[in-house]
Design a binder for this molecule. Structure first.
Ligand SMILES: Nc1ncnc2c1ncn2[C@@H]1O[C@H](COP(=O)(O)OP(=O)(O)OP(=O)(O)O)[C@@H](O)[C@H]1O
Ligand SMILES: Nc1ncnc2c1ncn2[C@@H]1O[C@H](COP(=O)(O)OP(=O)(O)OP(=O)(O)O)[C@@H](O)[C@H]1O
Ligand SMILES: [Mg+2]
Ligand SMILES: [Mg+2]
Lengths: 154, 160, 154, 160
């Protein structure tokens, strides 16, 4: 049980480190406050955003925190890959530059798995292969207007 | 394997049957507030039976998922997902039916009635688990940021 | 005590109704689940977004919920007016149309009080009288670059 | 009455003195993630002493508010707010000073040392209360949405 825990922890830590470098151009690691007794400790994240000093999660800004949370989610997904991913407005705290970075990362990952992403932000729409538009009709019923982006460019 | 099409009928705000064709690769769903975007993500969670305590469908009980507009509440909500897996197709569907006294939920695997357990067995073989870490719902990012370190550690316990 | 409670409740309810009409073009009201015993009841919001039926808060979408929360905040502020207001990214759940509506409302209110609003969204920047830019320098120290929008147009 | 200028020195990420001139009307503060926007809102809450249980400054104790970059932690953080009220000016300032053993917090009213109570008396006359409903911090909208109906009702109790 303990062995399995550390196997997962070490794998997630490795993934987290790589993703923080890719997503936020920084250095990051996961750590336990009491590694001797893992089932009684808390999981913490230490991150050094690009050009800054090491910070704990509490001190970070709203956007920085959400990038760290996304890096943890991606680290878990890399450990347990799935054929498709669905994200609902995960980019809402991010400024334009960070949304574009996240969109590029998703685009890269989408060569290995399907990504279905709900977003209102322009940089996401620009990276997508296809866009599905949804509107609420007068009759109070949702409708879907499909747009095939790749064929739009052709 | 990827989702080729989602068909939604009478589920939440989708009062009319709607077909959503999907490619491999990267698809964005966009539209105004309240138009039905999150309901599409909910329809995937509902159809595959992935709603657990952490993945809620914003409904108190299953019949709330049936479209109810302008007072009319028809009897059945249905979502079907067609996966493409190489040159084979895998069709999973789920229906919730309401009668005066009760409501029923049925799963279908390639057109034949199946149990939730059978569906989960097939999905797990393909890498889709009931903890549904592959689906991040609206607000999940905030929930992860505001978790206590203990709750975050429990994520590792779950995965191990 | 009970009298004062209902004075506040009725005033907030009236404000809430007006603001929901202005902000979301809908009808809204506050209600108590047990008006006989106010100090043992919960405060609920019932809203009918434009063209839709009446909804409880739990059923609404992320954007619709945040508009309702904003309407409650504005209703309280109208009851207890202050000389200045400071908002930090209150528009993050809203789509472009709703951000523009909120920005216009703030612009109108800014003739009676000062509004200092942190935002990343374009419609907010377009309605503002002045924009203060903030960046993080190489030395990890925040800097401010002021822009006087009104004079920019002149 | 309105805020004419905010001066920030050694507070949070503002390691160098910064002056922010403000007009009446509608001002937007914008910039990349992590640049210091919320720290400006925090500086207003800190200077006027409006931090209560509901308005936190994302710091465990006051000395955490002092700029600490690249290891250097200087002794004093200071924020001054100049209000314009008709043709008069009202200047409120606050300093947090750290020594090896302790830390001190001082308030100033028009240049003369004052107590938090005196400051609050002047502010309340002008419509600025310690419940600070005029300030909505990052995440407050989500907190209001996720409150229980009981907690929401307590808002009315507070105001009454
Ligand atoms: N005492 C301190 N000394 C130095 N830097 C600090 C101190 N306290 C906080 N910071 C840093 O200030 C930075 C900016 O934080 P702030 O929350 O103001 O960003 P923001 O502009 O609001 O970003 P966002 O758009 O992501 O919300 C953070 O990276 C944080 O670590
Ligand atoms: N059973 C139902 N019948 C009819 N409408 C419903 C039902 N359940 C939910 N709805 C409505 O569906 C609408 C759309 O919700 P959804 O959460 O999908 O919006 P969204 O596009 O994600 O918006 P946002 O950008 O604000 O997150 C809501 O207004 C909600 O009231
Ligand atoms: Mg949504
Ligand atoms: Mg911020």
């Amino acid at each position: 049980k303990r062995e399995k825990f550390f196997e997962v922890f070490n794998a997630l830590n490795q993934n987290f480190r790589e993703i923080i470098r890719n997503l936020a151009n920084g250095e990051g690691e996961l750590y336990l406050d009491n590694p001797e007794d893992p089932f009684n400790s808390g999981l913490y994240m230490r991150v050094r955003p690009y050009g800054k000093q090491v910070q704990r999660l509490e001190q970070m800004s709203g956007g920085e925190k959400s990038l760290v949370a996304l890096a943890l989610i991606f680290a878990i997904q890399r450990y347990k890959p799935a054929p498709f991913y669905a994200f609902d407005e995960v980019d809402m705290f991010l400024d334009g530059v960070n949304v574009a970075r996240l969109a590029r990362m998703i685009k890269e990952l989408s060569s290995q798995a399907q990504f279905i992403v709900v977003s209102l932000r322009k940089p996401m729409l620009e990276e997508a292969d296809a866009i599905v538009g949804v509107t609420m009709g007068r009759d109070n019923i949702s409708q879907v207007t499909g747009i095939r982006k790749a064929s739009m460019i052709q | 394997m990827h989702i080729k099409r989602i068909t939604i009928k009478n589920f939440k705000s989708f009062g009319k049957k709607v077909d959503i064709p999907l490619d491999r690769g990267f698809t964005v769903i966009s539209g105004p507030n309240g138009s039905g975007k999150s309901n599409i993500i909910d329809s995937i969670i509902f159809c595959l039976g992935l709603h657990t305590s952490s993945k809620i469908l914003r409904a108190e009980k299953l019949p709330d998922l049936i479209y109810s507009g302008n007072g009319r509440k028809t009897g059945t909500a249905e979502v079907e997902i067609v996966f493409e897996n190489g040159d084979e197709e895998l069709r999973i569907a789920r229906r919730v039916k309401i009668t005066d006294r009760n409501y029923y939920s049925y799963y279908y695997l390639n057109g034949k009635s199946a149990s939730h357990g059978e569906i989960m067995k097939i999905l797990e073989r393909e890498g889709i688990y009931s903890d549904a870490y592959n689906i991040v719902m609206q607000g999940d990012v905030t929930r992860i940021v505001e978790m206590t370190p203990f709750q975050r550690r429990k994520i590792i316990d779950d995965i191990a």
